[in-house]
Design a protein around this ligand. Sequence first.
Ligand SMILES: [Zn+2]
Length: 540
Amino acid sequence: MSKDDKQNRDKREIVFLGGVEGVQGSCFYLNAGKRDYLIDCGIKQEQPAESPDFSYLNEKNIKIDGVFLTHAHLDHSGGLPYLEADDYLTEEAKIIATNPTKNLVETLLWDSLKIHKMETKNQGLDQSYGQNDIRSILGRFKGVDYGKYQLNNLDIELGSSTHILGSSWIKITLQGTKITFSGDIGGNHRTNHLKELQNPGETDILVLESTYGDQKNQPSFTEAKNKVYKQIKESLNKNEPVLIPCFAIGRSQEILQLIREREHQLPDTTEIVYDGMISKAMSDYHNYATHSYMNEAIMNYKSNSNDLKPFLPDKAYKPNKMEERHRLLDGEKTPLIVAPSGMLEGGWSPYYLIKMTKNYENAKIILTGHQVTGSVGRKLLEAKREDKNKVKVQVTALMPPEEADELNGKGYGFHEKNIKIPTNWVEQVNGFSGHSAANQLLQFTRKTNPKKIYLTHGEPKTKKQFKTFLEKNLNSKIKIPKLNQKTTIKTKENGKTTINPNKIKKLKTKINNLEQKIQKHEKTLQKLQTKNQKQNKKQK
Ligand SMILES: [Zn+2]
């Protein structure tokens, strides 16, 4: 779409390009008149990962002038390299996000490139994007802190959404109309470290997440932490190693923080280990352990203890060599290991799991996150629920070929191995979710007093239930948008509805035409009158 075409557009609209068919792939297009923006650009983390549906942009030949990111999770940011590779961005397009989001996205995008390479190679497909696209995308980032900004013709505000480090809601004021995109809302039950949920204030349109909209409240976070600690302590006291598979960003820091708080109560011999991407995310958590991003509890702890690493136990370390990892689970030691991924798919957690089953009679695996259908973590939970003694799973882990059952390529690398895990090793602890449930989402929504709400980021059934719940409690119009559904934004300037310039042009043309007609009629009338006068004279 040329710049002139953009200048003359008379409609402002939102189109839902993703995040409307479940909890993944958030992506919303905002036609702001002279400019085009996206709010979030996430992938569906299935196998293989799926980019957002850009067919709408394609059909209308739209180039994006800027992207606003609510937070780093790949279901909100993983589509960015596709956007770059498929040339949907203008040359000057910037990506606006908080500073920590910018750093976390960098870590996640490089990691997702590795997965993308592996997936496409396994399926004999071409890569959709490569290193250069990630480099270009990262070069477009403009990091900001929570606060108010102006970009082109828009007023923008970012505020804490208490979901992960740097997460925010984004409020955009477009010709007087206020639109808030909630992103993922964590809320007050999670203020153990992140800055408290901020209030976006009055809004006309709210695009709201609904992940746990079918639950009134989340289970107690404090109780969940106590449960995890109890499991850890019991196992270590019995000389059984503990593996906590964890998502590298957020959950790992929470788990390691709770271990740090009670570290002195664990057996002296305990080796506390974290591995993989946790280490990079950890340095972001520590660099941004500031008043801008963390709550008072963390800031007070830092100043009272002089400990600049509040998310890390004193004794914790990251193994750097394979021998170190190999030695950790030799059958003699009883380490406490926190490693990604949380579902035992990828990362270091599958490797440690293999070692545990090989060398130990008893051990503990504590699952604290959502386990997607088909994942190794889900299989463990299902077998436990079905009261099976053991469950056989195939895991993919980085290992030497002689230890693998099935080889993916030659040499040292990711290979497959079948293992049997006793189900009494498996424990699940709920209550760590990074999302608010219905009551907290209602509180947040009440503060924004929206005229219209669009429910996104939720399973279809959940959204329906949440809609009914909100309708009982609010007077807002509530809608569940479909994929690529368009919604027109009524704009107002200084409280009045603005008339778009095209309408004025059309009216002027109409008036001109009418004036010409009047002149014509007046001439005809004059002629007739003159004729009439002449006729009258003759008759006289
Ligand atoms: Zn998220």
